[in-house]
Design a protein around this ligand. Structure first.
Ligand code: PA5
Length: 445
């Protein structure tokens, strides 16, 4: 089994009575999602995407990825929020953040335009010096300030190095099929474009060109990724909610919330999962945090963060629970050898593998945290590969949508994200925001 939901470290907190009581609501949410009667139902393109994706575009993605691998030492991926987190999470999970080197045909990959830090932008510009590079700029709206600023900088750099014609061959734009500044600019300059489907929101877009082009350029098998997602799609289409782990997870986190838990801490025991934690936070935070409701999503890597957050989790305020993703088969394993001198006193571990010790750390921690009032929902993933990851991505997307409907919100909009953007446009003098500008400037005086 690719993904196993293990509830043993949460059963003392979420009882079978709790589950029976919430199940009719989960069933109604599942039905709403499938028959399109829930709020925001237009944005359900991701639901069948692993089966219904645009096959011609998929091939074009592979071709563009091949070209990037052939002519670029570096690929700069420009985007923010849903327009970069999925790609980065998949690349780091499969390849690990320790291996950003040009090897086996894959370019080094750097992510820009996900902040407005001049230091960070300048550092990435510097990394491109003397190297051949290409840019994949990603923005559904085609208007977001952070990626637009970074793209202007890198476009100029490319044009200076390769000329306008040469630059054109190295710019790949992923955006709306017809609208927005990025689409206009791309058409005017002849950049190759890829489409963000209308009915797929940013945080659900990792399996569209948004995620797939950088992922394929990194040398990751996107066929296997889609296959895993598609098999998950079939598995979690089961309307028998009691046998549907995706719905069970959605149910459990809602029970936790109703019983006073306010924070869901996404935990993994694999450092390569760190960016998946970020992707998860956006998916659930942006989907559920509205109308004064929603679990606050946080993330941590254990055992690393047991040495920083561990004290709080064990004995701090009792408003959190954990969702732990544990990979059962590590990419590689290392056995602890016997040392005849045993000066470090570690011979009690001789013959054991590092992955065995990691598993014991999980079990020890889950029991300690449960005893301390922090239950854990354990998600066991069989392997750290493309197929399993595709499965996991789909599992979380669907769980998020079902969970959001149980919570009573629209899991597909993000009206709150606009507020800071409007204030920033006003302060920067963007035409059309004059009224707001005056009001804000008065408050800053
Ligand atoms: O999930 C979302 O909708 C957001 O996080 C967006 O992806 C993010 O704001 C970037 O928007 P855009 O792709 O339009 O530049």
């Amino acid at each position: 089994m690719t993904l196993k939901l293990n509830t043993r470290f949460a059963d003392s907190f979420v009882t079978s009575e709790d589950m029976s009581a919430i199940m009719p609501e989960v069933e109604a949410a599942f039905k709403k999602l499938h028959d399109g009667t829930g709020e925001g139902s237009f944005f359900r393109g991701w639901l069948d995407l692993p089966a219904n994706y645009d096959k011609a575009e998929f091939e074009a993605i592979k071709k563009a990825a091949e070209k990037i691998r052939g002519d670029s030492d570096i690929l700069i991926v420009i985007g923010i929020g849903g327009s970069y987190l999925g790609a980065r999470a998949v690349i780091e999970f499969i390849k690990s953040s320790n291996f950003n080197k040009r090897r086996n045909g894959a370019p080094e990959i750097y992510f820009a335009g996900n902040s407005i830090s001049s230091s960070s932008l300048a550092q990435i510009v510097e990394l491109c010096e003397g190297k051949d590079f290409s840019v994949n700029v990603i923005s559904k709206s085609g208007e977001t300030t952070e990626p637009a600023v970074a793209f202007r900088v890198f476009r100029e750099l490319l044009e200076k190095k390769y000329g306008k014609e040469g630059a054109k061959e190295r710019i790949y734009a992923t955006t709306d099929k017809a609208r927005g500044k990025l689409k206009e600019l791309s058409d005017r300059n002849g950049y190759q474009t890829f489409v963000v489907p209308d009915d797929v929101g940013g945080r659900y877009s990792v399996l569209t060109a948004v995620g797939l082009l950088p992922i394929a350029a990194a040398g990751i098998d996107i066929d296997a990724l889609m296959q895993g997602a598609d098999d998950a799609r079939k598995q979690y289409a089961d309307p028998d909610i009691a046998n549907n782990d995706c719905c069970k997870y959605a149910a459990m986190r809602n029970v936790m919330y109703r019983k006073g838990k306010k924070i869901e801490l996404m935990v993994s025991y694999e450092p390569a999962y760190a960016l998946m934690g970020e992707w998860f936070k956006q998916l659930f935070g942006e989907s559920e945090g509205k109308c004064g409701k929603g679990l606050f999503p946080a993330s941590a890597i254990f055992s690393t963060d047991l040495h920083s957050l561990g004290q709080y989790v064990q004995q701090g305020e009792r408003h959190l629970f954990e969702t732990v993703v544990f990979i059962n088969e590590p990419l590689a394993d290392i056995e602890i050898k016997t040392d005849p001198e045993n000066a470090d006193g570690l011979n009690f571990l001789a013959g054991k593998t590092v992955s065995f010790i990691n598993r014991k750390a999980l079990e020890a921690t889950a029991i300690a945290h449960e005893d301390g009032g922090v239950p854990s929902i354990l998600i066991e993933l069989s392997r750290e590969d493309e197929y399993s990851l595709g499965w996991l991505l789909y599992f979380f997307e669907k769980a998020c949508a079902v969970s959001g409907y149980v919570l009573g919100i629209n899991p597909f909009d993000q009206p709150g994200v606009e507020d800071y953007k409007k204030n920033m446009y006003a302060l920067l003098g963007k035409p059309g925001h004059e009224d707001r500008r005056e009001a804000i400037e008065r408050r800053l005086r």
